[in-house]
Design a protein around this ligand. Sequence first.
Ligand code: UT7
Length: 319
Amino acid sequence: MYSRIIGTGSYLPAKMLTNFDLEKIVETSNEWIVSRSGIHERHIAADDEVTSDLACQASLRAIEAAGVGLDEIDLIIVATTSPDKIFPSTACILQDKLGIRGGGAAFDIQAVCGGFVFALNTADLYIRAGQAKTALVVGAEVLSRMLDWNDRGTCVLFGDGAGAVVLQASEAPGILAAKLHSDGSYQQLLRVDGNIRHGEIHGDPFIKMEGQAVFKFAVTVLSSVVDEVLDAQGLQGTDIDWLVPHQANIRIIEATAKKLGLSMDNVVVTVAQQGNTSSASIPLALDTAVRDGRIKAGQNILLEAIGGGFTWGAVLLKW
Ligand code: UT7
């Protein structure tokens, strides 16, 4: 028994913020942002848009592409670090917005930018254990609400968006291998310290990042975790048709591709137009490459991500 992705969908808010717009807000330049990160523009949610709204649009597109009925979905997992509320979970809110009834499990996973691979691995395990048949797995974020627009080291990097996949039980191969890791001893390098007490935010509500240290750690652990999932299947980097990485920085993506021996022609890159959308970036990139016809049946696809925690992981699958 395997689980296979049978439909993808994504959604980006209408508002676009370019590097030139940012030059007017903070002391930065288009040249710096492009050369250090590869980002040209990013989408920003409207004031009245919340994470579950973005998740809902992406999910409807994935469900339509999969051709499944809402009543078939018996598991919803939303990876998010920017939930609508402390509770109920964004997954429960999404379940209600989609009009899915019947009591299938719905819950969030909080692994920051690593969230989508954590959610996909979890859904795969549910399906292979026989506890679900058709899962909706979503990465959705409105990280712009956690940005300090005076901190040029972070505010130029992130964007909002959502991506979703429908994962279904299958006798044909789908997800082949997955490996997740976390190491909380690195929590200071990428964090939002604030918490809510008596209805008020206490502490700092903004993303804080030690960019260079995160960069170095990311390059090291991403190349080792992709080796772990390839080794599990006796495959090599060159057996991969498409690397669909978390989109944080083009230089991290290029370094991972190089270590795999993969040409950038085999890497799906959306960071230029979307920035770092955290847990949404992989399903957004996946949907882009499925809809434009690059990803085809029978191909080997490798997903990898790292996020605050640190959390990191990879998923290898047959399309
Ligand atoms: O998704 C979760 C994981 N997150 C990541 O993977 C992000 C990892 N880190 C990175 O992508 C990179 O470290 C950054 C893009 C954040 C920064 O690139 P960098 O090459 O590591 O630059 P830096 O932080 O070492 O900064 C170099 C210089 C500094 O100036 P000095 O000290 O050399 O005078 C910064 O103050 O660039 C300055 N700087 C900026 N200048 C213009 C920092 N941010 C900006 C900015 N515009 N936006």
